[in-house]
Design a protein around this ligand. Structure first.
Ligand SMILES: *Cc1c(COP(=O)(O)O)cnc(C)c1O
Length: 371
């Protein structure tokens, strides 16, 4: 347990060497199978140091789902090509053409607006058309694809760079040889029907890595958009660690505000808690309880795991986390820091909270301490 230190609290340490290492492992793996990797920074709100680490590790471009994040990356000097991952809102078509080279798309009216914007800027905008292969989030249904592409090809300034699909994010549908082959067949059909060449067939996100590693991804799939596996070192079907990657790039640190021995079961007449729930507490007798300075406003309680296995998270309100520290309380003081690992939803929330200070580390040195 480290003693109170000067660093800001709560904080999220970001080990850039771990991210670079993971990016290298994953881009090497994908390259062996003919697949180019775009690094996805959205879970880190487009953190420029994270994007830099991904690029050093070998990703060829960066993708994020929000224009705010892409602008943050560009303002910080990331000059690799940027791709917009979330299908653009009609209202930001102009901005998209102005700032990104490639976007993912599934609506003709949006493509028409993008085409109009390319005229102002005098530039071509590349698009990946998304096909919905069953996860039922974004995407054109396969039966509608041919007429959709016929209309898209009439739009000046729009170039179809590829065909893509996204699985396992919303509906939890796993990529497999069948749906990936379906994507390839659709791509071939488009190429034959319209005399096109699709540069990218973008089949995979982190959920496709085991298929790739097993050599079961159809050959023409040549592009992947990878976030979680680079950031957290896990594929996303079962959250298994990806071989040779690190799972410790992000660690959350929070400070003990109060440390007291209290009953484990609440006292008094029960009502709803701050979030409309009626939590149940078992009576384990007296318990040493630490109150920490993170809460639901900063983290997803189900998405953080206390690093010391002797500690247990009891619950949280918007500004407090309550931890059972009975087994180690002799060694703890008010002002000490407890550390937590994070899953994807924990990471997303901690990165988004302005109260959690981000502390990128490189070569063991906190970057903000470098003059
Ligand atoms: C978030 C996202 C990804 C990256 O997914 P991971 O599971 O983090 O690898 C890829 N493609 C699209 C369209 C996304 O929205």
């Amino acid at each position: 347990m480290q003693a109170t230190a000067v660093p800001p609290s709560p904080s999220l340490s970001i080990d850039l060497d771990a991210i670079e290492h993971n990016a290298r492992i994953i881009t090497d793996l994908c390259r062996e199978h003919g697949i180019e990797v775009t690094g996805v920074t959205k879970a880190t709100c487009g953190h420029p140091e994270v994007a830099g680490a991904m690029l050093r590790g070998g990703v060829s471009s960066i993708a994020d789902s929000r224009m705010e994040n892409i602008r943050r990356l560009q303002a910080a000097g990331i000059n690799a090509p940027c791709m917009l991952l979330r299908v653009p809102a009609l209202s930001i078509a102009d901005e998209v053409v102005g700032s990104v080279a490639v976007s993912l798309n599934s609506e003709l009216s949006v493509l028409e607006a993008l085409a109009r914007a390319t005229k102002h800027y005098g530039r071509v905008h590349e698009v990946i058309l998304m096909v919905d292969l069953g996860d039922l989030r974004e995407g054109i249904l396969p039966a509608d694809l041919i007429p959709f592409v016929r209309e898209t090809l009439k739009l000046p300034g729009i170039k179809i760079k590829g065909l893509g699909t996204n699985l396992a994010c919303f509906g939890g549908v796993a990529p497999d040889r069948d749906n990936m082959s379906h994507l390839v067949e659709l791509a071939c059909e488009l190429e034959q029907t319209f005399g096109l060449t699709l540069a990218w067939i973008s089949g995979a996100n982190s959920s496709g890595l085991e298929l790739i590693a097993a050599g079961n991804m159809p050959h023409r799939i040549n592009h992947a958009r990878i976030g979680e596996a680079i950031l957290l070192g896990r594929e996303t079907l079962q959250r298994r660690p990806v071989a040779h990657t690190r799972q410790d790039a992000f660690i959350l640190h929070a400070e003990i505000l109060e440390l007291k021995t209290k009953p484990s079961k609440v006292m008094g007449k029960r009502c709803e808690d701050a979030f409309g729930r009626k939590p149940l507490f078992k009576d384990h007798g007296l318990m040493d309880r630490a109150l920490l300075n993170v809460g639901r406003e900063d983290v997803d309680i189900e998405g953080i795991m206390v690093l010391d296995p002797r500690l247990k998270i009891i619950g949280a309100s918007s500004g407090y986390l309550v931890v059972d520290v009975t087994e180690v309380s002799n060694h703890l003081r008010v002002g000490d820091t407890l550390s937590f690992s994070l899953n994807y939803s924990g990471l997303l929330a901690a990165m988004t909270s302005e109260y959690v200070k981000k502390r990128p580390l490189r070569g063991g040195v906190h970057l903000e301490t470098i003059p």
